[in-house]
Design a protein around this ligand. Sequence first.
Ligand SMILES: *Cc1c(COP(=O)(O)O)cnc(C)c1O
Ligand SMILES: [Zn+2]
Length: 444
Amino acid sequence: MKYDAWFQCSSGCGETHSLHDVIYRCTRCGGLLEVKHNIESLKRRSPAAWIELFERRYMGTEYPYGSGVWGKKEFVCPIIDDENIVSMFEGGTNLFWAERFGKQIGVSDLWIKQCGNSHTGSFKDLGMTVLISMVKQIVSNGSGIRAVLCASSGDTSAALAAYAAAAGIPAIILLPQAKVSPAQLIQPLANGAITLSLKTDFDGCMAIVQKLTVNPDFYLANSINSLRIEGQKTISIEIVQQFDWEVPDWIIIPGGNLGNVTALGLGFLMMQDLGIINDLPRIVCAQAAKANPLYQSYLRGFNEFKPVAAQPTLANAIQIGNPVSANRAINILKRFNGIVEQATENELANAASRADRTGLFNCPHTGVALAALLKLVERKEIRSDERVVVISTANGLKFPDFKIRYHNGELDEVNPHYVNAPVELEPDYDQVMKAIDIHLANVQ
Ligand SMILES: *Cc1c(COP(=O)(O)O)cnc(C)c1O
Ligand SMILES: [Zn+2]
């Protein structure tokens, strides 16, 4: 049984390339390349046998198969030799039963997939382990790749820097000067990435990256590279596995460049193709109102897609006006009876903070997804007896400014309903007791 995967032009022109080639677009028509699998060989193993294999490996100690990504290696990237895999035990993240928050909003079967409980604090690790492992394999075959490269201000550069450092491959990161927070800057710096801070914005950095990657010395790690999608696909497989191989009714996911919603859908379609599942969930893609080209297109029945000029938003990882995977995401949403929702700054900040009160610690992007959930429940699109999963894309601890400024009431356009400020007192027993009594009386 030979499992195989390769790059294939997504426009249907038929061009294919080896995953060992340093190439990102079709040479004939310029279309994006996607990773295709030999499905016939995968079908030779029964659904029950796949489930048995994935269960046996899950969260185990046999490197690299305990990783949530590499435990599904045959579905992700079967052509990599195990010795080239660079894994940090990605995936296997908590599926948090949001019992109390669910009760408050009237959905008792509500779950938050905590993809930010990961090595660099976001789901980007799932894709980056695949990309860097592939680069390690290409380099070990004697290619001349000198460095991996991306333009990013946030989670992609953190993941790239960490995996490249673990592999001993130089990483180059292009950042827009003075437009990234200290928290976003510090991960690549700590991991020793060559960090170039350019006097421009993200699009300006991306333009330089595109010129640099004409040179095959540099391997591109931005999400135009479909290897990352293959790792991110495991989010869907893992969710189904965590529900004992049952498919939830709804999945809500925040979207910017729209690679992740594409990956989510592809994971479900692959499981359906192989007979592991019969049903598909409905997928909701949630966008920030400040960067909502997909929402605009959805309102027009997906008849056209027009890029927008993205405005600054607290959900800065999805501040993207011209998403690279727009067409792929639209195809997925059509297959999954999908919905696109949007959230204003006020809605996302309050939704994140409201759920924080029930034990979560949400990043602003998860806030966008939670705000979409509230709207869909409100208009009874999501019913109270349905099983709902919200994808939390990053760890809230990566966004201290967002949290601090919310609780200080300092966020623009946000009217904060869930502020909790410290009570400053003299070290006096009576004053302390009085303050406790007052506050306990106010707890709902
Ligand atoms: C990258 C990212 C997203 C968006 O994923 P896309 O694939 O660009 O749609 C959402 N949230 C966080 C925290 C991210 O880092
Ligand atoms: Zn083509």
